[in-house]
Design a protein around this ligand. Structure first.
Ligand code: ATP
Ligand code: LTN
Length: 355
């Protein structure tokens, strides 16, 4: 049942653009993910799975954004472990270094450099309005890091360095991609056409997987309780227990709808992992109650994660695989980023180079 292969077939592929003369050009895709531990099925269904499904049709750059992770307190050992774990997750989920550049953000110093330059065309008020900043600062604006406030500008730099057209992300990142467009447009009007205006690529299903213990909030890595999420590394019994304990709605019908946030979320997860439509599932579970539904859902999730988990065990035993992929990815990313930065510095009049 289910399985990663089924999941990937269900995802739409990105249309390739046709050039005059009939040849096709792959769309440039960039996305990032923080190495902050507890990678969960929300990250997988909302982002990583789409990256994998589209990679053969696009020109892809995927980035482990360790500089973004510094916006909240980290330790040396914790960050190193999380970078290695995330690289393994991306490879186990199916990202292919022959089709995608996969690298660590801090290996390409052009990212923080462009961030600083873009700070000069970003307004304080724009950053203050970002909902992720409001959520993560939790009203403690005076004591959170300045990095948390500036986080979206570093994200804009990530995207704009690679002339990105599409940014496949979950729903929570839409506002950051819109800000990136505004920053790019302002830069272009001040200094001349330099940056491509990117678009967020948000799939209608799975873009916002909700927490199992509170279906009004998104599933989150940084949640206080592990019952919030199913981690990609949770074993079968943990997955069964978390799904059994997942909050449900009042009543006993297995149906989706505005008044059924918990069941809607569980049906979405079931449908995405099994490749079935929500209406097929509603029919199958009509009159059978929550118990039978949750039991089957747990097995669907266990089966779908099993091949990823098998590859994770192999990769964990051989850390050099990820190390080699990231070293090669950084080299290719640096080549593109340094060429772009040369143009940007020149447009802005920086340095004391040729006139
Ligand atoms: P946190 O919840 O601590 O903010 P995160 O889980 O959002 O962290 P990120 O590294 O910031 O993790 O996100 C990686 C990708 O996963 C992004 O594209 C994001 O939109 C997507 N994503 C995160 N949570 C969900 C979710 N609950 N449903 C769908 N997509 C999600
Ligand atoms: N902010 C994103 C992670 C991220 C990103 C990016 C996503 C950093 N840089 C560039 C897309 C493109 C997050 O919190 N999920």
């Amino acid at each position: 049942m289910g399985g990663a292969a089924t999941v990937q077939r269900e995802v739409e592929t990105v249309p390739v653009r046709e050039r005059a003369g009939g040849s096709v050009q792959r769309r440039r895709v960039f996305s990032g993910i923080q190495p902050s531990g507890n990678f969960h099925i929300g990250n997988y269904l909302g982002a990583i799975r789409n990256w994998v499904a589209q990679q053969s049709a696009s020109d892809n750059v995927f980035c482990i954004v360790d500089l973004h992770a510094l916006s909240l307190p980290t330790t040396r050992e914790g960050l190193r472990r999380n970078i290695q774990d995330l690289a393994n997750v991306l490879l186990a989920a199916g990202l292919d270094p022959d089709q995608s550049i996969i690298f660590v953000q801090s290996d390409v110093p052009e990212h923080p450099e462009l961030c600083w330059l873009l700070n000069s065309v970003t307004q304080f008020g724009e950053l203050r309005r970002m909902t992720q900043f409001k959520d993560k600062s939790g009203g403690q604006d005076e004591s959170v890091s300045a990095a948390l406030f500036d986080y979206p500008v570093l994200q804009a730099a990530d995207i704009l360095l690679y002339d990105t057209e599409l940014v496949p992300v979950g729903e929570d990142q839409k506002q950051h991609v819109e800000l990136t467009r505004d920053i790019a447009a302002r830069f272009n009007s001040r200094y001349g056409q330099t940056f491509v205006l990117p678009e967020a690529d948000i799939k209608p299903d799975g873009a916002r997987i909700m927490a199992l213990d509170d279906p009004t909030k998104k599933m989150s890595k940084s949640a206080a309780s592990p019952n919030n999420y199913i981690a990609l590394t949770d074993d079968a019994d943990t997955i069964r227990r978390k799904i059994r304990r997942a909050v449900t709605d009042s009543g006993s019908d297995v149906t989706s709808g505005r008044d059924k946030p918990a069941l809607s979320n569980l049906l979405t997860i079931y449908g995405l992992f099994s490749g079935e439509s929500v209406s097929t599932l509603e029919e199958r579970y009509a009159g059978r109650g929550y118990g039978a539904f949750k039991g089957d859902l747990a097995e669907v999730v266990v089966d779908a994660l099993a091949p990823i988990q098998r590859r994770l065990v192999e990769l964990a035993a051989d850390p050099d695989v990820a190390r080699r992929v990231l070293a090669g990815g950084a080299e290719r990313a640096r080549e593109r980023a340094s060429a772009k930065m040369e143009i940007v510095r020149n447009r802005m009049g920086l340095g004391f180079g040729p006139p």
